[in-house]
Design a protein around this ligand. Structure first.
Ligand SMILES: [Zn+2]
Length: 285
């Protein structure tokens, strides 16, 4: 760590929301604190270079994993990333598999999500004035396809390039947590045809879309969810063990994805055009 301070001139173009395992070994990591109109993000941003690209890493749960999924300030996290220049975000996360064939170690790049959270603010455009006096208009943005198609293609290519055949597409259902699902909930999720269950994928993806950011989810299956399993159900120890066993592999894939993303100016996807026709009422950072 070479510096701690305000964002100043430090910039990045790609954001990775994930644990410290992804950046702690990089050379020349710069730690910066960023204030947002929505309060502090989960932690400092850690800026470094990967594959010749400037990347900002943000520990989703804070250092030491002290924030449960429902207490994460998702609005501050995405805003902070955008304010240092980030326009494309990778969101690796741990999930439970809802099908027997999606066992621990499966990497799934979802193309759909279902929101079953309960208490999270999922918009910047809530009519509440910001500290600078501006007032966001009420807008309703397209979210039929919640993930960036360019980012998804890069993620799939990167995984295949490292002989980790990913599951291309599928639906991630996001639950409130922090508890895991009951067997009945899990059976219901599976019966809907949904693929994996997580706790952080929403509203992260929705807020990224509202900020015009490209967002790509990469879901690492750490366990078979309750209904798909005949044993005692999911334990936190099991989740941590499988994640630790795969974090190095996932980091390699993530870094290859970073190298495969287009330059900010070359983005040509639905994420860039999402604000067309809307008055936002606030200035995005
Ligand atoms: Zn995009």
């Amino acid at each position: 760590m070479s510096e701690t301070g305000e964002s100043g001139g430090a910039r990045a173009e790609i954001g990775v929301i994930g644990g410290s395992g992804f950046y702690s070994f990089l050379d020349d990591v710069t730690e910066i604190t960023v204030e947002t109109p929505y309060g502090p993000p989960s932690d400092s941003l850690f800026l470094g270079e990967v594959a010749g690209r400037r990347v900002a890493f943000l520990p989703r749960h804070g250092r030491g994993h002290h924030l449960p999924p429902h207490r994460i300030n998702y609005r501050a996290n995405l805003w902070a990333l955008r304010s240092v220049g980030v326009r494309q975000v990778l969101g690796p996360c741990a999930v439970g598999g809802l099908r027997p064939e999606y066992g621990p170690g499966t990497l799934l790049v979802p193309d759909q999500l279902v929101d079953r959270t309960k208490s999270r603010t999922q918009t910047y455009f809530d009519g509440e004035p910001l500290p600078d006096g501006t007032v966001p208009e009420v807008v309703h943005l397209a979210f039929a396809d919640p993930y960036c198609p360019t980012g998804r293609a890069a993620a799939l290519a990167a995984a295949r390039g490292r002989d980790w055949e990913p599951v291309d597409g599928g639906t991630m259902v996001v639950i409130e947590g922090p508890r895991f699902s009951t067997r009945a909930e899990s059976r219901w999720h599976a019966a809907q045809g949904w693929s994996v269950v997580g706790m952080t994928g929403h509203p992260e993806a929705a807020l990224a879309r509202e900020l015009g950011l490209c967002y790509t989810s990469m879901a690492l299956v750490t366990d078979l969810d309750a209904g798909a399993e005949t044993g005692d159900g999911v334990t936190h120890e099991e989740v941590l063990r499988v994640f630790a066993a795969n974090v190095e592999r996932l980091r390699g894939v993530l870094f290859d994805v970073v190298g495969g993303l287009p330059a900010t100016a070359d983005r040509d996807c639905l994420c860039v055009r999402v604000h067309d026709g809307w008055e936002l009422g606030i200035k995005l950072p």
